[in-house]
Design a protein around this ligand. Structure first.
Ligand SMILES: *[C@@H]1O[C@H](CO)[C@@H](O)[C@H](O)[C@H]1NC(C)=O
Length: 308
């Protein structure tokens, strides 16, 4: 291993202004807390309420689990680091962050595709919904989303851990990401950068295109066959489509833009690390009547229980 020369990396963070640091600290702490609580409430409600034991909600609960893992990869360290003068991360800490962000991000993409497929079957083949989306099918969707995520991540990192890093070791960011790490290696990494662009870029653009096409297809089917129930289907589908655009927009920019402008990059990175895990519960759940009823029941159950 040649990387012994650089054993840790230094994050520059955002700014030196104390007020802005305080603002970012409060903002990210709040967002992190709300994301974790929101997603926990979703998982808890879906697990406890028997009315919600259907494929769509199982997938949604699993998306919440993925979101909680995803925002816990980089956010806690960033929040703890904000006021430190010297923000450091060890070489393997950095590799671990990259590994899990890609693995969990990849799993989330596959799960979003599974959720689109679920809506396709529910809307276009309603009579066969429960036979097609059997528990077995849901479990294999889940298993494959994690397996694909881990393989996608492993394939990229296998080549990176052997690169020589001989300094500089400065990340102009608040967490480790692959494009920036490659730029710090003291060897020609063009082939590797290309491989990362193809791997991460193709996966994100490919999933995005697949999702957009399937949602257009579903919308078209709804429009053609059930003009009466269009508005209900539209509100569910528009929630899904919003999440897809918010999740993939920054990622596609990140991995396929030829020469990322590091300033914009940095703020897009916040967006993906903090806002997406926060928006998922808001978009999918708090506009969903069944979920709201279930949460209200659960809540009153606990209040009642507390009184006894
Ligand atoms: C995830 O999905 C599986 C398969 O449908 C389900 O058994 C499991 O309960 C889900 N996980 C959560 C946290 O709901």
């Amino acid at each position: 291993m040649n990387h012994s020369v650089v054993s840790e990396f230094v994050f520059l963070g955002f700014t030196n202004s104390w007020e802005i640091q305080l603002l970012i600290f409060v903002f990210s702490l709040l967002l992190y807390f709300v994301s974790m609580m929101g997603n926990l409430v979703i998982v808890f409600t879906i697990t406890m309420d028997a009315h919600l034991h259907s494929p769509m909600y199982f997938l949604l609960a699993n998306l919440s689990v993925i979101d909680m893992v995803f925002c816990s990869i980089t956010a806690p360290k960033m929040i703890c680091d904000i006021f430190k003068k010297h923000k450091v991360i060890s070489f393997w800490g950095c590799i671990t962050q990259i590994f899990f962000s890609h693995a969990v991000g990849g799993a989330e993409m596959v799960l979003l595709i599974a959720m689109a497929f679920d809506r396709y079957v529910a809307i276009c083949k309603p009579l066969h919904y429960l036979t097609i989306m059997s528990p077995r099918m849901c479990q294999s969707f889940l298993a494959s989303s994690w397996v694909i995520g881990f393989i996608h991540s492993l394939v990229q990192l296998v080549f990176v851990v052997d690169l020589p890093f001989c300094g500089p070791n400065i990340f102009d960011s608040f967490y480790c990401d692959l494009p920036r790490l490659l730029r710090l290696a003291c060897t020609n990494t063009q082939a590797l950068e290309f491989m990362v662009t193809v791997n991460s870029g193709l996966i994100s653009v490919g999933s995005f295109v697949l999702l957009v096409i399937s949602y257009i297809f579903i919308l078209f089917t709804v429009w053609k066959h059930f003009s009466g129930s269009l508005s209900k289907a539209l509100s569910t589908l528009s929630a899904h489509i919003t999440v897809v655009i918010l999740f993939f927009g920054p990622l596609m920019f990140f991995y396929t833009w030829p020469s990322p402008t590091s300033y914009l990059d940095k703020y897009l990175a916040i967006f993906d690390a903090f806002i997406t895990p926060f928006l998922n519960p808001v978009i999918y759940t708090f506009r969903n009547k069944d979920m709201i009823v279930a949460m209200r029941n659960l809540f009153s159950h606990f209040v009642h229980f507390g009184k006894i």
